[in-house]
Design a protein. Structure first.
Length: 522
């Protein structure tokens, strides 16, 4: 019997994964509760001593030492207590009686319930102590069940909760699947320790980089900041703490092996690794990758920045629904405005025009230039050589009317000298009228150049050559018909031509059909 008790005790401790001392204390507490409900020791202070080696159970009745006894079952005077223990003092406890283990059925049932409850409490306490110092670490878990607002996963001997706020929107969770989660919080509750895990936390991405990139784990490369939109895209800024280390290349790995493992774990989430720089403009340009930034203007007071990108990469820099620029702003801590180079140049030009107008307005207000009162006479005098040049050009273009041009050039300045209003044109009305006799040689020249005098050779149109046989150069191919004619060689083309000529000359007329209707018509 005793050996069976020890075997059962050891087996229970192994199944629960608890130390034997905790199981023994739980059994002792259960026996105490059972004896308190026994009729013999009811309403008395009872302690149980369990010998782990032999399995013997000893029940002791305890009383408290007081000056005046009000309850004889639980209290005793100091004089009487000295009889059981000479060293006892006031307000102490003394064992007044010991009795063998003789519990009934009800006491045994109570002891069983208490043992199970104490073991559960011990398990919860061990779980809490085990994971209390492991917040922020990554664990591989199995999905046990999927509930409407949460997912229950198995985390070692405990169960963890993945709430809907910590889930990735694009992920689908099924029972039995494995995944990596971040232990976010460990809290006590009435049902035991409550473990909250996350798949959407930014710290999960940092821990995955530390697991996949040895340079980050050793400290040669540091992660400066992370901006993440779970399930869609993330940006990671890294920098090297040792000379000769490429931070971006270390994170990406050979042919992207390292970064691909992280992407697969996050179910296809896109990750941009950029290099951190102490210069804010360079850091902003790197953060807007994969777009190429031409220029960055910073406003340190408002902590705003304007990035200029090529026109064709404007949508790439902004990203889908502004995702790229939003992540870049969160990564750098600056408010970023994206503009194309065309828009930026237009704004710069407009700003320059406004500044020039402002400067000009200020100069006019300071000193006004004198107003010229006689600009008309200068313009009238300046028009004379222009008229002379027009007449000279006309003389060179029309040799047949040279005499008329000479006469008009002599008369033109005389007509201009006459007093007349400045607004009226002087040269134009004098050039319009021309004498009739001078027109005769021009008409004769036009008549000699009529279409009737053109030679007949101009009107002859050479026919286009349709085949190689009509061409002066037999070896030249001009059209697709020429290629078709050359099929089979020159001999075949000549044979086909002779056959066509013979068929055209000897083809008889098709006989008319003799019908009754035809006879009647005839």
């Amino acid at each position: 019997m005793k050996s069976d008790f020890i075997v059962a005790l050891t087996q229970l401790a192994a199944e629960r994964g608890l130390p034997r001392e905790i199981v023994l204390s739980a059994i002792e507490a259960a026996l105490v509760s059972a004896y308190r409900k026994d009729s013999i020791t009811a309403n008395q202070n009872v302690s149980v001593k369990l010998d782990p080696g032999t399995g013997d159970v000893t029940v002791n009745i305890l009383k408290t030492v007081v000056e005046e006894v009000t309850d004889e079952q639980t209290e005793i005077t100091l004089k009487d207590a000295k009889k059981f223990n000479p060293e006892v003092e006031m307000d102490g406890t003394v064992v007044t009686e010991s009795m063998p283990h003789t519990a009934g059925r009800i006491a045994a049932q109570t002891a069983k319930q208490v043992v199970m409850q104490r073991l559960r409490e011990a398990e919860r306490e061990i779980v809490f102590m085990e994971y209390e110092d492991k917040e922020g670490e990554v664990f591989s878990v199995n999905i046990q069940r999927v509930e409407p607002k949460q997912v229950i996963v198995a985390l070692g001997r405990a169960e963890a909760v993945l709430p809907i706020s910590e889930q990735v929107p694009i992920e689908r969770y099924r029972s039995g699947n494995k995944m990596k989660v971040l232990l976010k919080t460990v809290e006590r509750s009435s049902k035991g320790p409550e473990l909250i895990v996350s798949r959407a936390d930014t710290l999960l991405l940092r821990r995955l980089f530390e697991m996949e990139v040895p340079e980050i784990f050793s400290g040669a490369v540091e992660i400066d900041s992370i901006a993440r939109e779970p399930g869609s895209r993330s940006k990671v800024a890294v920098r090297a703490t040792q000379d000769g280390v490429d931070p971006v290349g270390s994170c990406v790995g050979l042919r992207g092996v390292r970064i691909q493992n992280i992407v697969n774990e996050l179910h296809g989430e896109k990750i941009d690794v950029v290099e951190w720089n102490k210069e804010a403009a360079i850091f902003l340009a790197n953060a807007l990758s994969p777009a190429q930034v031409m220029k960055v203007e910073l406003n340190v007071d408002d902590k705003t920045a304007t990035a200029v990108v090529p026109e064709r990469q404007l949508s790439l820099a902004i990203g889908k629904e502004g995702q790229n620029v939003r992540l870049a702003a969160r990564l750098t801590g600056w408010r970023v405005d994206i503009k194309s180079n065309v828009e930026y140049e237009a704004e710069v030009a407009e700003r320059a025009v406004k500044e020039a107008e402002a400067i000009a307005t200020g100069a006019v207000a300071v000193e006004e230039p004198p107003v010229a009162e006689e600009p008309v006479e200068a313009e009238a005098v300046a028009e004379e050589p222009a008229a002379t040049e027009q007449v000279e050009k006309k003389v060179e273009a029309e040799p047949a009317v040279a005499e008329e041009a000479k006469v008009e050039t002599k008369e033109a300045p005389v007509a201009e000298i006459k007093p007349a209003p400045v607004e009226e044109p002087v040269v134009a009305p004098k050039l319009a009228p021309q004498p009739a006799p001078v027109r005769e040689p021009v008409a004769a020249a036009e008549k000699s150049a009529s279409l009737r005098d053109v030679p007949e050779a101009i009107w002859t149109i050479r026919r286009a050559r349709r085949s190689v046989s009509d061409s002066d150069e037999p070896g030249q191919i001009r059209f697709a018909e020429d290629i078709a004619g050359l099929r089979g060689g020159v001999t075949a083309s000549r044979r086909n031509r002779r056959r066509d000529d013979a068929a055209a000359t000897t083809q008889p007329e098709a006989p008319k059909r003799k019908t009754k209707a035809g006879k009647r018509r005839r």
